[in-house]
Ligand binder design. Structure first.
Ligand SMILES: [Zn+2]
Length: 351
């Protein structure tokens, strides 16, 4: 990880204190059944009206399940891995949609307000933040639980060329709700691994009867994420080209995790348009650094990436920011899509 001074370390005191207990190795050693990989429930139906069997324990949780609302696919995935059948999760981001611009119908707002837990990243999706603020249940702001990084991740000591390029400084004007913080933490698997026990504690507060199972599942998925992170780190460590070019600048955490450098054409917000000056600077940097590929993303318009690639006679390929999962995603869950991202980077950056 980077050592820049701009890195904010935010510690969730309550959650950390609670999760310092080791996961008990009790007789309850059987993980919950593998959660389904189906995508979201965007229809405004009550999330607790699932046809799955209720749990037998009378723990006071509605319908035997903790109801969770979120608006980020990786949080949906992680919460299912930890909560299994004991959690009914509603994800308000439609398949293929970016997480920045969601709008909620009145019935969806009601669904968020009725959930036991609402997990959001304050500033990422204002419509969802508003609904979280009105929630009767527990609103969990991810900003309080993760290691936040600032929008311009151009912080590595080994970049002797980053002062002469026009890096990421003038393209974040549209991100006022985020206050200069990059929300895309889930693209560093280590961040998700660290989040797992904190989510388990938050679920346990709602459903203490199953706390041991939540902790055990969190430990299991965190160790899976850590193992994949190590594997991806070894793979990308061999890259002979360190910069990579993306349209939507969502991959700063990933770049930091694997010692690469993202050159974002647009800002953190996929709708932000680059200035002609910035486009020229990017073209120059692509040529100078020997970048082979411009990355666009599934379900996004590719005209800008294609025009740059055509001008410079380089390739266009796909990186998935995982803000939602859709039939266009290059995998059917978080780990598969991340693997596809790592494969695409390894190919483009000669690793
Ligand atoms: Zn984004």
């Amino acid at each position: 990880m980077s050592t820049r001074t701009g890195l904010l370390s935010i510690v969730a005191v309550a959650a950390l204190a609670a999760c310092s207990n080791q996961a008990p190795s009790s007789t309850q050693s059987t993980p919950v059944p593998a959660p389904t990989s189906s995508v979201t429930t965007t229809a405004p139906s009550p999330s607790s009206a699932s046809s799955e069997p209720m749990t037998a324990d009378a723990n006071g949780v509605k319908g035997g399940k903790v109801t969770v609302a979120t608006a980020l696919y990786p949080i949906e995935w992680l919460t299912k891995e930890i909560g299994g059948d004991h959690v009914a999760i509603t994800n308000l981001v439609a398949p293929g949609q970016d997480a920045h611009h969601i709008e909620l119908s009145p019935s969806q707002v009601q669904e968020v307000m009725d959930a036991d837990m609402v997990i959001h990243f304050n500033g990422l999706a204002p419509a969802f933040d508003d609904a979280a603020a009105k929630s009767q249940g527990k609103a969990v702001d991810l900003r309080q639980l993760i290691r936040l990084e600032l929008a311009d991740h151009d912080d590595h000591d080994d970049h002797d060329d980053h002062d002469d390029g026009d890096d990421d400084h003038d393209d974040h004007d549209h991100d006022h709700d985020l206050g200069g913080v990059d929300p895309h933490f889930w693209l560093d698997p280590d961040e998700l691994a660290d989040l797992a026990p904190k989510l388990a504690e938050a679920l346990s507060e709602q459903d203490p009867a199953n706390a041991a199972m939540y902790r055990e599942n969190a430990t299991r998925i965190a160790s899976t994420l850590d193992a994949r992170d190590d594997e991806w780190d070894r793979r990308l460590d061999r890259c002979t080209i360190k910069p990579f070019v993306t349209t939507h600048a969502a991959f700063g955490y990933l770049a930091d995790a694997y010692d690469l450098r993202q050159i974002g054409i647009k800002g953190l917000d996929p709708d932000a348009e680059p200035t002609p000056e910035r486009l020229n600077a990017i073209r120059e940097e692509i040529s100078r650094a020997g970048v082979t590929t411009v990355f666009t993303e599934p379900s996004a318009t590719t005209a800008l990436a294609e025009s740059i690639a055509q001008d410079l006679n380089i390739q266009v390929a796909t990186l998935d920011p995982l803000e939602s999962l859709s039939p266009d995603s290059p995998g059917k869950d978080y780990l598969e899509v991340m693997q596809a991202n790592i494969d695409a980077l390894a190919k483009a950056n000669n690793c």
